[in-house]
Design a protein around this ligand. Structure first.
Ligand code: ADP
Ligand code: MG
Ligand code: MG
Length: 210
């Protein structure tokens, strides 16, 4: 590719909804260990609704499509992850504005704007055992890949790999945000559900947008 069009984004969102559906049981199992056993079903419901909401938006700029995804997630997921993922997509969309095609630098800026929205809402820091522990290394890897001469495809792959490492690194962490923090030390020993879904989102992006 080299750039991202609305068609590309719609392909990503469909693949993501399918992957979330496939992984819903796993995500819910992770949440059963340190939360309330609903992360998979929450996201399955949300991304199904989001894909349905944007299905006809083929002539709409990418940023507007992502804005619609964000609104739909906020309205359909609930819990902690609804507002967090909703804000991610809303801010991502705002960052893209009306541009019809997004280049690698523009996508990196949009991801960063989305994650800043996650931080503004959830106030997580690195090491709190949240989705931010997958997002933060992913943003760094994306930018480092581009700075080193990479392109959209290699930067997306680098981000996905870093997010997976970040997800794995949450296993040993003690949760300091969200429901898992109620468990204190007992939250250690399990991967964070949100970091796991973020890694999945970025792997799908690498597979479909790269
Ligand atoms: P809930 O905890 O309301 O049931 P979910 O189970 O859908 O919501 O999502 C839980 C995930 O949300 C956690 O695994 C974590 O990654 C993420 N999360 C919770 N609180 C925060 C926060 N303050 N900042 C960032 N991420 C958070
Ligand atoms: Mg939950
Ligand atoms: Mg819940």
């Amino acid at each position: 590719h080299g750039t991202i069009t609305t068609d590309d984004l719609l392909g990503w969102l469909r693949a993501l909804a399918d992957a979330v559906h496939e992984q819903a049981g796993h995500l819910t199992e992770l949440d059963a260990a340190i939360g309330d056993a609903d992360h998979g079903s929450n996201l399955d419901r949300g991304f199904k609704a989001a894909v349905a909401a944007v299905g006809e938006m083929t002539d709409t700029p990418p940023g507007k499509v992502l804005g619609k995804v964000g609104m739909t997630l906020v309205g359909s997921i609930g819990g902690a992850s609804g507002p967090l993922y909703g804000t991610f997509f809303l801010r991502c969309g705002t960052s893209l504005g009306e541009t019809p095609e997004v280049d690698a630098a523009g996508w990196g800026a949009a991801l960063r704007a989305g994650v800043e929205g996650v931080l503004a809402r959830g106030k997580a820091e690195r090491g709190d055992k949240t989705m931010y522990d997958a997002w933060a290394p992913a943003l760094e890897a994306y930018d480092a890949d581009l700075a080193g001469g990479g392109d959209l495809s290699s930067a997306l792959a680098a981000a996905a790999a870093a997010a997976a490492q970040g997800r794995d690194a949450t296993v040993e962490l003690v949760a300091r945000k969200g429901r898992a923090s109620y468990l204190g030390e007992r939250s250690a020993g399990h991967a964070d559900p949100g970091a796991t879904s973020t890694a999945l989102l970025l792997q799908c992006a690498a597979d479909t947008l790269g």
